[in-house]
Write a protein that binds this ligand. Structure first.
Ligand SMILES: [Zn+2]
Ligand SMILES: [Zn+2]
Length: 393
C-alpha cells in the first residue's frame, strides 16, 4: 500500500513540485554519510584546511586539537604504524579530521575534498589509508562529472545522478574489509572530489535529491557503460555468477548509433597476442589464427579460439578484452578478420553493455525524454522512489 502511495505521489508531482522538495519541506530528508577510500599511494601528506578541522585521535571521544584554516600541515608515518601530525606533535594509529562547518573543504596533496577524513596506516605497507567521509549527495557532486560531461542535457545528468546514487547506496560496505564503503576508481564509481564538481551540474543533481531506482521495494542493481553499440547486454552474460535480474536483460537501443565509440577498429598482431596470452598464464606456442566460436543474443563475443602451432586455447570474450586491454578492445561486440600478421577487429560500443547506455541516455534527453523515461528504458520495470522510504519499509 505504501509503495502504491509513493508511486502515486511521484506521478502526481513529477510535473509540478519536485518530490524531494516536498519531502525536504516536511523534514523527511536526513543526510547519509558515505566513506570513500581515496587513491592516495604515499607515506607523506600535506593538508591545508579551508575552514577549521577538529582532530579526534584513537579511541578518544574528545577533540585533541584543531587544524587551523589556511595552515599547511605535514602528516607522516611514524615507526610504520602510527600517524603523526608533526606541527601538533600528535601521534596515533588513526586520526579523524572533522570539519567544524559542513561547507569546509580540505586540500590533501593538491586535491580538494568536502567533508571529513580518516587517516590511518595500511598495515605492513608503510603507506596511508585516507578515507573521505561525506554526505552522499555531496559525494555525487564529485562523481557525475567524472562519469559524464557537464555539458550533456539536463535529463541525462539527472538519470546518471539517480543511477549513481542507487549504485552507492546498494554497494555501501563493498570495501568494508578496508574500512570504507566505496573506492574512487572505476572498480566502484570514479570520484574526483571538489575539483571535479561543476556548480550547474550540482544543481541538477540537487533536483533528484534522495531519488533512487527500486525494484520490488528494494534498491535496484545498477550498471551503466559508455555505449552499448545498439544492443544492451544481459547481466548474466557478463557476470556469469549473477542470478537473472529481470530489468537487466539485453534490449535494442537505437539512440547511441553513430555516437562516441559506436564504431571502432583495432589491430592485434599474432606476436602481441602470443605474448599477452603467455604472460597471463594461457600457454600457447605461437598464435596462427583466431576464430570467434559463439556470440551472445546481443551480438557480443561469447567465446573465441586461438589456434597455435601445436594445439589451441579458448577464451571468453571478456577474458580476451581483459588480457588484450580495455582501452584497445572497447567492448566484446566485435568481429575479426584474420590477416597475414594478426587480426583486424571491427567493433561497436564501449564498456560491458549492461544497464544504462550513457550515450543513448544523452541522445534520449536530446530528443525530449525525461530522466524517468531514460531510466525506465534502460531498467524496465523499476521505479524511482526516495531512499528514505525504501529504508523505512
Ligand atoms: Zn571499489
Ligand atoms: Zn546504446
Amino acid at each position: 500500500m505504501r509503495k502504491i502511495y509513493i508511486f502515486m505521489i511521484l506521478v502526481l508531482f513529477s510535473g509540478c513540485m519536485p518530490l524531494h522538495q516536498q519531502y525536504l519541506e516536511e523534514g523527511r530528508m536526513p543526510e547519509k554519510n558515505i566513506k570513500i577510500g581515496l587513491s592516495i599511494d604515499t607515506n607523506k601528506l600535506e593538508v591545508i584546511p579551508n575552514g577549521v578541522y577538529d582532530i579526534y585521535s584513537g579511541k578518544d571521544k574528545d577533540i585533541t586539537a584543531s587544524l587551523e584554516n589556511g595552515v599547511t600541515y605535514g602528516i607522516g608515518v611514524y615507526e610504520g604504524s602510527r600517524v603523526v601530525i608533526s606541527k601538533l606533535k600528535i601521534f596515533d594509529n588513526i586520526i579523524y579530521l572533522k570539519a567544524q562547518n559542513e561547507d569546509s573543504t580540505i586540500n590533501i596533496n593538491g586535491k580538494n575534498y568536502r567533508g571529513n577524513l580518516y587517516v590511518s596506516i595500511q598495515i605492513g605497507k608503510n603507506k596511508f589509508r585516507v578515507v573521505n567521509e561525506l554526505d552522499i549527495e555531496k559525494y555525487l557532486y564529485g562523481v557525475i562529472c567524472k562519469e559524464i560531461s557537464s555539458s550533456w542535457p539536463k535529463e541525462s545528468i539527472k538519470a546518471q545522478a539517480v543511477a549513481a546514487r542507487t549504485y552507492a547506496l546498494k554497494n555501501i560496505g563493498r570495501h568494508k574489509n578496508q574500512w570504507f564503503d566505496l573506492c574512487d576508481t572505476t572498480h566502484c564509481q570514479v570520484y574526483g572530489g571538489l575539483d571535479s564538481e561543476n556548480p550547474e551540474t550540482n544543481k541538477i543533481i540537487d533536483a533528484t535529491r534522495g531519488e533512487v531506482l527500486t525494484y520490488d521495494g528494494e534498491l535496484a542493481h545498477i550498471f551503466y557503460h559508455g555505449n552499448c553499440g545498439g544492443y544492451t547486454e544481459s547481466v548474466t552474460n557478463v557476470w556469469t555468477s549473477t542470478t537473472y535480474v529481470p530489468y537487466l536483460k539485453g534490449r535494442r537501443c537505437s539512440y547511441c548509433k553513430g555516437g562516441f565509440k559506436y564504431d571502432w577498429e583495432a589491430y592485434l598482431s599474432y606476436d602481441t597476442m602470443t605474448n599477452k596470452l603467455n604472460n597471463t598464464g594461457h600457454k600457447i606456442d605461437e598464435v596462427k589464427s583466431v576464430k570467434i566460436k559463439s556470440f551472445t543474443h546481443s551480438g557480443r563475443v561469447k567465446e573465441l579460439s586461438f589456434r597455435g602451432e601445436k594445439g589451441s586455447i579458448q577464451l571468453s570474450g571478456y577474458e580476451f578484452r581483459e588480457i588484450m586491454g580495455y582501452n584497445l578492445i572497447n567492448s566484446t561486440k566485435f568481429e575479426i578478420n584474420n590477416k597475414k600478421d594478426g587480426i583486424k577487429i571491427i567493433g561497436t560500443g564501449s564498456g560491458h553493455g549492461v544497464g544504462m547506455c550513457q550515450i543513448g541516455a544523452k541522445v534520449m534527453a536530446e530528443k525530449g525524454n525525461t530522466y524517468l523515461d531514460i531510466l525506465d528504458f534502460y531498467f524496465p520495470g523499476t521505479k524511482v522512489e526516495l531512499w528514505t522510504e525504501i529504508e523505512a519499509v
